[in-house]
Design a protein around this ligand. Structure first.
Ligand SMILES: [Zn+2]
Length: 159
């Protein structure tokens, strides 16, 4: 190995190590079901860990209009900015876009009467947040229909 290629290999090694550190920093937040039950209020536990749906118009966050950030009630990851919140009239806090790298989605066939829906989870703790529909406003046309008990509002500068 020449000196130059050794240096290059060393630099490549540093980049790889840096990538591993970045991935570790983004590690999932995981708990057993029993731990989640202890950590969360009962209604948040049922939604986040067992995909329950809160009663429409039951969450104070539905009518929240202040600037701020909506974080995951399970792991505190920032999920939505108040800038993307809108009044969908459904009785659930609704947003037209999540923050970057905040949520994941998966196909949900658990309620045959409602057809195949797209469930939305927190990227970091995989907690169930709600569903996303394609009848939202511009600019995305999406409606992220969220359970308020799965969110924690932090008033302040919008993310
Ligand atoms: Zn989370």
């Amino acid at each position: 190995m020449t000196k130059r290629s050794a240096v290059l290999a060393g630099i490549a090694g540093l980049f790889l190590a840096g990538g591993a550190v970045a991935r570790a920093a983004e590690a999932m937040v995981t708990h057993t079901d029993a731990e989640w039950r202890k950590l969360l209020p009962p209604e948040s536990y049922e939604v986040l860990r067992h995909e329950a749906t809160e009663r429409a118009f039951s969450s104070p966050l539905d009518e929240e209009t202040r600037a701020g950030t909506y974080a995951c009630a399970g792991c505190d990851l920032s999920l939505y900015s108040s800038k993307t919140k809108f009044d969908s009239g459904t009785g659930w806090p609704s947003f037209w876009a999540p923050l970057p790298h905040a949520v994941t989605t998966r196909s949900d066939a658990s309620e045959p009467m409602l057809g195949i829906r797209t469930a939305v989870q927190c990227r970091r703790c995989d907690g169930h947040l709600g569903h996303v529909f394609d009848d939202g406003p511009k600019p995305t046309g999406l409606r992220y229909c969220m359970n308020g008990v799965a969110l924690r509002f932090r008033p302040g500068k919008a993310a």
